[in-house]
Design a protein around this ligand. Sequence first.
Ligand code: 5GP
Length: 193
Amino acid sequence: MNFLEERIAKDGIVKEGNVLKVDSFLNHQMDTELFNAMGEEWKKRFEGKNITKILTIEASGIGIACVATQKFQVPVVFANKSKSINIEGEVYTAEVESFTHKNKNQVIVSKKFLGEEDHVLLIDDFLANGCALQGLIQICNAAGATVEGIGIAIEKGFQKGGTTIRNLGYQLESLAIVESMNAETGEVFFREN
Ligand code: 5GP
């Protein structure tokens, strides 16, 4: 097991409905040393890529992206779920269905912060069905930016997102891929890398 898998096995809580709770180190209380190690690992895996910006989505991706970016030394932009700055023509928008909240959000990124000159690394905490990532990809496409790669902390390999995104041809680097989990015993099984 790698460092993230070990931490999930130790502190992750398996909930009913295929939800993995990691709020003691990733989603609520945040272990920034762990995030730092994640950034280092992504830096290695995306070696040689010319990355000019990191794009994530609020809220849980922001902390991870901000720490990870210290290894890349590029700005972090996050797609905003608030509608308050949705000024027609000045923002890129995408609709994202939330796996955890089961609702749809319009996410927006200002045109000021993403353009055709950008080479983007997408970062997020979880990959489940891939809706959040597809929204971010859609925003990059609208901006004419190049998606250089995708860094995910925890991919739930038994949901369709990973296959969909890899089939689209993106370099997707998930640091832990959960193959299955059991809400009764609390066990988490990982895919061999
Ligand atoms: P997707 O859009 O790929 O279906 O889901 C990804 C988003 O849903 C992530 O941004 C993450 O916030 C949330 N998510 C999906 N599955 C889980 C899970 O098992 N646990 C937690 N904590 N968040 C999840």
